[in-house]
Design a protein around this ligand. Sequence first.
Ligand SMILES: C[S@@+](CC[C@H](N)C(=O)[O-])C[C@H]1O[C@@H](n2cnc3c(N)ncnc32)[C@H](O)[C@@H]1O
Ligand code: SF4
Length: 457
Amino acid sequence: MNNALITKYNKPAPRYTSYPPANHFTEEIDHRHFEKALSESNNFSPNHISFYLHIPFCKKLCFYCGCNTCPLGKATQVEAYLDALKKELKTVIGLLDKNRKVSQIHYGGGTPNSIPAEALHELNQMIFDAFDLTENAEIAIETNPAYLDHSYIEALKTAGFNRFSLGIQDFNRNVLKMVNRDPSALPVDELMAIIKAGKPANAINFDFIYGLPGQTVESFSQTIRQAVALRPDRLVTFSYAHLPSVFKNQKILEKRGLPDSSLKVELYETAAEILKEAGYKAIGMDHFVLPDDELFVSLEKKKLHRNFQGYCTRETTGQVYAVGVSAISQLEQAYLQNTKSVDDYIKRINEMGAATVKGYLLNQNEMLIRESITELMCNRNLDLNDLANKRQLQLPEVLQALRINEAELHEFVNDGLLEIQNHHYQITDEGQLFIRNIAASLDPLQQNPTRLYSQTV
Ligand SMILES: C[S@@+](CC[C@H](N)C(=O)[O-])C[C@H]1O[C@@H](n2cnc3c(N)ncnc32)[C@H](O)[C@@H]1O
Ligand code: SF4
């Protein structure tokens, strides 16, 4: 990768896991909007339901972490949290049309496997009792392998989970030590064998992060080689997002020596090369999957989609109903975010039945911008003529809504990152690394950015 391009484009930009980005949510939307927004969502598409359940607790905090976490403290707090979570889930289920089907359940954190598997089973059962599932519904859990053993995995399988994400982050013990993280308790191949046993075999994702102290091209290549030898169904290489003003522990990593942006790109490119050689296909910026994976099949058909939980196919995509502390519901017409403090969450659920403290109601223009940015981020491709047809608009109306920055787009073209033909945008292989920059040029909010974002590289 050309260093001049990295220097030119390595600037702050949204990650676009939502549009508008979560830092544009406003406190004007709160628990008073919760019931109406959820009831109305029954009339919008996608019709399928995705549930997201947030388990914030971690036995030990990793210094790089940018998620909403809290140290696993008193058992009474965990108990009160799970009671509140069940209460909120019951309310949400009560507001949803039972003719809709559930296509996805996702547990994130924090560390969902820091609490007893029976508690997760109980939550899943509430959903299974209320709704039918789609044929290939995905019941997924993010896990920290330091806290997985045989009986816990078996209990998760009994609870209905069929996709297990293992947060490896790095196999190198020195790197893990630098970031205050324990390695997997059991050898990862043993964990995989337990997860996969039975029919149909469950799916396995690995998570890695590049850009951590102590990582070198040699050490990270070794980690990725070790990973491909284990053949997970999917593998994610997250670019370390450094925002120490928000996540204070990250300051410790500055002292331990963070790789600069050109080393970061080298880490990514070397990993991508090893993955490609091993037969993995790239999805978006950081996901790699086996060629028969439904995500790659969808990408080939330009039908890939994404939500806060990551990439999904048009079939699994549902409106997301998120419960738990800091959880964000992603409805067609609204975002609703719960309070970020565990104690406040418990209090609000017990007193008001809802814990929404922020959100956003989208207008038609914003839905159009969201669709454009999602198309680019997922499928590297955006045809504004198609979009106009789909939304029954004239092309000039679409151009007006997006307020496209033509000069900036042509610079991407001159730098070989983007091809444009008759309002059809195609991101090149070189442009993949700068996809956030390209998406930002279609975003009116980024013409005068007022919020804080991590660097694009
Ligand atoms: C909620 S965490 C994961 C689950 C589990 N607690 C674990 O530690 O494996 C989800 C993923 O976010 C990624 N992540 C966390 N902080 C990050 C950061 N600052 N930049 C990039 N990725 C990050 C990690 O790869 C992690 O596996
Ligand atoms: S990476 Fe996982 S275990 Fe580490 S602090 Fe974040 S959520 Fe907790």
